[in-house]
Write a protein that binds this ligand. Structure first.
Ligand code: ARG
Length: 459
């Protein structure tokens, strides 16, 4: 069978060109969306009397049969038919005869492909969101168990102030909540129906675009035919949201990797979520986290690829845009693959509370609290900072912790120091006292956790 666009051509396509421009090997994953879009289009064509209702019925029945056959693995796609749109049309016509050729009335592959990607991405966003919610739920459960698990908080990867593991996990929950909200926002712009825009200039047929949108459950239709066939903002926005999400997963992975090192020993990953070395028998490596960190680069690459494909294109559709799909699909697959394994990795890891607490106790994480202690007794904070800085230096020289310095020694540094300083710098008190909203005190964390629970219930 010749090309669906073969009428104007005197020669057949060079085999090299055929292979080069064919997209069927990657766009075949759009088969379901393509068929559902065609069913809606044919329904509307029949209702509008553009084709007869009987013709519409024949086309729709044929498309449904085809869908079942593809799903049963009975269909072989053809490179010569170029892409999924023309493959389906060709298969339909083979199945139901000449009436199949009426399906493409008042439609172009340009509005068709825009529709298919939107339908596809809409579903995938739902799945990514679902996986993200599962991750947040797992983090929430973990945090609920660790509101009293004291650990050091870091800046510059130096021990800074004591926090709790729950508080640390809540930081990631906040990031992932923003990721969910970003996806929901992207969805608003994905969820617009472009069908009826034709190749670029709409159509002379009396279409009912709203009806097609309704059949496909789109809340809106696109408002400019040129823009509708040449807009891929929605795919780029998804990749941008996916890049941020991956960045969050990557930062978390970095901490998982650090925490599972013998130097930190804050956690132990489950055997089922770690891998070994082919030469070093003792090794247990956090490969899952490392791969997630590594795959983040792929998704950034997908975003840059899409931005670059689009940057020089004149209106409206250009074949360059066929390059949108592999990058978008890769971003979707990568994000889903990472989330799928990241959540159970966290759910199964063992937390070494003892080591976390030990680390919080060394390293002067209570130095700020000692300065605050003086400030609360009227010493200007800058001066208090200076006094405690000297106390730390003294401790470093003596090989002591702040709580091991005697009151006598402290009083030589400042007469304001009194016996109650030791309570003020005890690690548990330091955490308990940070009750400010958003802070690490168990009381503040419990309120934050309740808010997450409410947010989850509404999501
Ligand atoms: N396979 C094409 C794509 O993915 C479909 C649109 C082709 N349109 C055209 N005028 N060649 O972009």
């Amino acid at each position: 069978m010749g090309k669906l666009w073969g009428g104007r051509f005197a020669k057949t396509t060079d085999k090299l060109v055929e292979d080069f421009h064919s997209s069927i090997h990657f766009d075949q994953r759009l088969y379901r969306q393509d068929i559902l879009g065609s069913i809606a289009h044919a329904t509307m064509l029949g209702e509008q009397g553009i084709i007869t209702p009987a013709e519409a019925d024949q086309i729709i029945a044929g498309l449904k049969e085809l869908l079942a056959e593809i799903e049963a693995g009975k269909v072989q796609f053809d490179v010569a038919a170029e892409d999924i749109h023309m493959n389906i049309e060709k298969l339909l016509t083979e199945k139901i005869g000449a009436v199949g050729k009426k399906l493409h009335t008042a439609r172009s592959r340009n509005d068709q492909v825009a529709l298919d990607i939107r339908l596809y991405l809409r579903e995938e966003i739902g799945q990514v969101k679902h996986l993200l919610l599962e991750l947040i739920e797992t983090l929430l459960e973990l945090a609920q168990q660790h509101t009293e698990t004291v650990m050091p908080g870091y800046t510059h990867l130096q021990r800074a102030q004591p926090i709790t593991l729950a508080h640390h996990l809540l930081a990631y929950i906040a990031m992932f909540q923003r990721d969910v909200e970003r996806l929901q926002d992207v969805l608003k712009r994905v969820n617009v129906c472009p069908l009826g825009s034709g190749a670029l200039a709409g159509t002379t047929f009396p279409l009912n675009r709203e009806r097609v949108a309704e059949l496909l459950d789109f809340p809106a239709i696109t408002m400019n035919s040129l823009d509708a066939v040449s807009d891929r903002d929605f795919a780029i926005e998804f990749c941008a949201a996916a890049s941020l999400l991956m960045m969050h997963l990557s930062r978390f992975s970095e901490e998982i990797i650090l925490w599972s090192s013998s130097e930190f020993a804050f956690i132990e990953l489950d055997d089922a979520f770690s891998t070994g070395s082919s030469i070093m028998p003792q090794k247990k490596n956090p490969d899952v986290a490392e791969l997630v960190r590594g795959k983040t680069g792929r998704v950034y690459g997908d975003l840059m690829a899409l931005l670059t494909v689009m940057k020089g294109l004149p209106l409206a559709y250009n074949k360059d845009m066929q390059e949108d799909k592999e990058a978008l699909f890769d971003a979707i697959d990568t994000v889903k693959g990472c989330l799928l394994v990241f959540t159970p990795m966290l759910a199964t890891m063992k937390v070494r509370e003892d080591n976390m607490r030990k680390a919080a106790q060394g390293g002067f994480t209570n130095a700020t609290d000692l300065a605050d202690y003086l400030a609360k007794k009227g010493v200007p904070f800058r001066e208090a900072h200076e006094i405690v800085g000297k106390a730390v230096l003294y401790c470093v020289e003596q090989g002591k912790a702040l709580e091991e310095v005697t009151l006598e020694e402290y009083r030589q540094m400042s007469p304001v120091f009194a016996e109650d300083l030791y309570e003020a710098i005890s690690i548990d008190y330091c955490v308990q006292a940070r009750q400010v909203p958003g802070g690490p005190a168990p009381a503040a964390v419990r309120i934050a956790l309740q808010q997450v629970e409410k947010w989850l219930a509404a999501s």
